[in-house]
Design a protein. Structure first.
Lengths: 144, 144, 144, 144
């Protein structure tokens, strides 16, 4: 089984007018939304998106985000946002690449890191809870 | 007692760069945020802002919003947003006027309408609940 | 020729997480973005979207927006946003209806009004310029 | 002369309702706006904010942004956002710290990197242009 495939997702987004700034390019703060749309598509593939996270008794706040803006984005450009899980044992790290959907030119790359926080105690987990390993089809470590 | 004073609020806002669109004016969809900042300041004055609404067992979704954009807004302009409660018996209607804080020129006017929805039954109220009248310092109607 | 078809457009939108508020429904201010995505799709059909407007020497600021929020929107719901031009002679008025894409339930209705402003003189037009009539495939009035 | 003082700025921001997500904390993507408000205040102090950048013939797009989210932010919390220029020779790097304005607890830290792009040729500068050094009250390097 090619588990790699399950931990990747791609979404296409058409850049809307309201994402542009006075330089007529997408304002840098809007890319967090593009990342999130791809991240949620990815998490839905493993059946562990926001509603399932909540039902599992954990919140997974984003504790770190990094973005490199390589090329500007313009009105009506279509982008392909790829998201891939690259860490899961202690925290959930997802890597993103945004490309022009037509030319394949790389526009932006970055990552987010999320950690599990127990919804009852509000305690942060230093090892990902067993539920994440299950959703990924993996054996949880004995201390998860 | 001048109850009028309690049902009005004003806030000043400095227009940030990220609210501008390619025409170098504030994108029209951002005014809903300016309205909300003034609305919340007003509702805090009567001690019935979002947290108190929730504690009272009611949600008050915005069911109607209307906006007239009279003049454009530019970067670093300071606006004064005035909010005033103009209906409360059956629904909460708030009127807004946005002026340039320096010149007093009228920029935008509009209103929002909110209705009470019981958080348990999700039923919409056609008469505002007694708690709103209390917060306004008014005698509730016998059927509230 | 069925000109009606040319003056209508529909777009489907999947509600993203970042559009939700603490009540777990779409925050009312975000609907302006849904309206705009449908409006731009409509204006592209008549080849008179934002870039063509600018090239024609006119800006078309939104001077009025009205919205009725009939039902709430939740995470991952897919909406169908329909936009239709209903006035053009003196101003461009577009009507919107948002429905659940699956059930057809009406979620929101509203309209926007835009007026032509000459980019050089910044003067507002009280009769739409000839270019709009041309784009609509109509004979411009003698005073346009 | 204490040049350090000129290259720092602080702004206070009251967290508005529309910045919250379903977990009732500020959605991580909104912090880019808090950073920007402090960055613009800082750039105004050296008279080289967005309008002056444009007049100087350079755009300064954000090419990198990194954020660590240490603590969540809740409704009506007041934050103090500090911005400080920490690199300028080849690129403009600004460091940010967000603290609770009352308790001083650290909420978020991060940085942005901007590079000069000549507005005419659209060429990226690998050494900051002389105008930035002038605005900072520094002698430009001979190759600036």
């Amino acid at each position: 089984m090619n588990t790699q495939r399950r931990w990747q997702a791609e979404v296409d987004i058409l850049i809307p007018f309201h994402d542009l700034d006075p330089m007529e390019v997408v304002w840098h703060g809007n890319y967090a939304r593009y990342f999130e749309i791809a991240r949620c598509a990815l998490l839905q593939q493993i059946d562990y998106d926001y509603p399932q996270m909540r039902d599992s008794g954990y919140m997974w706040p984003v504790v770190e985000m990094s973005q490199h803006f390589v090329r500007p984005l313009r009105y009506q450009q279509t982008i392909r946002v790829a998201a891939e899980i690259i860490e899961w044992e202690n925290r959930l790290k997802i890597r993103y690449v945004i490309r022009d959907a037509t030319t394949g030119d790389r526009i932006t790359r970055g990552y987010t890191v999320q950690v599990a926080v127990h919804a009852g105690t509000m305690e942060m987990r230093f090892i990902s809870p067993a539920i994440l390993f299950e959703k990924l089809g993996l054996e949880p470590p004995c201390d998860a």
